[in-house]
Design a protein around this ligand. Structure first.
Ligand code: KG4
Ligand code: ZN
Length: 356
């Protein structure tokens, strides 16, 4: 190499290596790890589903879930590091879902993240699961206008938030009983359609007539923005018994389309009411059930109807994943939010942090 060129190379300041976060998510039945840069670029994201383990029971069995996380979390982390072409020594911060979720499952991720952060003397960022779901939308659309309404719909949660600014979340309403995804899963279980029920119902309902089986939508008496799905679920189970519906009934597709449509309408009606009350600049949809095409359509239609921009995450980012945990952690780091000491960080099953 000519001398001149060599000199030029030497005098150049070293380019700062992008800081990397290793994020871990074990709140329910997905074991996930991701490597995300401080600039929120996802270098790798590994999600190992436990669906096959829980399918025979028609729902998540908490003890099996935590035991499975324990078996798979290390290979999942290894795979995430391998795909990002990095190693633990190069990780500059660790992030983990603290809750809400299944406590035994959460503790597996929290214990590992604490151990790593302690050993490598790196910061540890605890992340709220619902806030991470909302963050999945910002990963694709970083400039969403605020204030916004965010509806998180999953197997464990149905919650509506007002976001006055980034990293501030005001809870406006939540389910008083079952979550929307839980209602879909339970009806599928009752019909012996497998687990998780949401995607199976979506597939079968696609060709069905959604107006064949009438369902009365829940109405809150006190004008609250809370949700309720146990009434819809009970009405569905009653139909199944009365009409002797099974996985081979010819009316099954129409029945599932009607039920899925009732769940979607109930979600959209509440979001519409909240939009009238709060006049947001944007509406966001997140969580596992946000993969559902009928819900996505209804959500985008609502946005058009009320003249508000509507944002959806890509389907892969709707269901539980550690990439959204890493992205939220990167933002928290950038904003310089105070971090708890590594040894103090704990998991929580219900309590929600960082809320107004
Ligand atoms: O967010 P998530 O992965 O886990 C929780 O935080 O609960 O959501 C899982 C839920 C399950 O209830 C599953 O049935 C539902 O999301 N789900 C769907 C679809 N894909 C997943 N529901 C309806 N349609 C889908 N395509
Ligand atoms: Zn979730």
């Amino acid at each position: 190499m000519p001398k001149k060129e060599k000199k030029l190379k030497k005098s150049r300041p070293p380019s700062p290596a992008p800081g990397l976060i290793l994020a871990i998510e074990t709140s329910c039945d997905e074991t996930s790890a991701a490597v995300v840069s401080f600039e929120r670029e996802v270098l790798s994201s590994v999600v190992l589903s436990q669906d096959l383990i829980h399918a025979p029971f028609g729902g998540v069995v908490p003890e099996l879930a935590s035991r499975q996380h324990l078996k798979t979390i290390l290979p999942v982390v290894d795979e995430a590091l391998f795909r990002a072409q990095t190693k633990l020594e190069s990780i500059e911060a660790f992030a983990v879902t603290q809750g809400p979720g299944l406590i035994g499952s959460l503790l597996v991720g929290v214990c590992l993240a604490k151990g790593l952060a302690y050993f490598y003397q790196r910061p540890l960022i605890g992340v709220d699961h619902l806030e991470a779901h909302i963050e999945a939308v910002f990963m694709d659309y970083p400039d969403i206008p605020l204030p916004a309404l965010a509806l998180v719909v999953s197997g464990g949660h149905t919650s509506l938030f007002l976001l006055p600014e980034r990293l501030r979340y005001r809870l406006l309403g939540r389910t008083r009983d079952d979550a929307a995804g839980e209602a879909l899963d339970k009806v599928a279980k009752f019909l012996g359609l497998g687990y998780p029920g949401g995607p199976v119902i979506e597939k079968l309902a696609e060709a069905g007539n959604a107006s064949r089986f009438p369902f009365a939508l829940p109405r809150m008496k006190d004008n609250s923005l809370d949700f309720s799905f146990s009434g819809l679920k009970t009405a569905a189970l009653k139909y199944i018994k009365e009409k002797r519906l099974s996985s081979v009934s010819p009316e099954l597709k129409d029945f599932l389309a009607s039920f899925e449509s009732a769940v979607v309408n109930s979600l959209i009606d509440n979001l519409s009411l909240a939009a009238m009350n709060h006049n947001p600049e944007a509406i966001l949809l997140a969580g596992g059930v946000a993969r559902n095409r009928r819900l996505r359509r209804g959500f985008l239609e609502l946005g058009k109807e009320i003249g508000v921009k509507a944002y959806l995450p890509t389907p892969e980012l709707c269901t539980d994943n550690a990439a959204m945990v890493g992205a939220l952690a990167a933002l928290k780091l950038k904003k310089g939010l105070p971090l708890p000491s590594v040894l103090e960080l704990d998991a929580y099953a219900r309590f929600t942090a960082g809320r107004e």
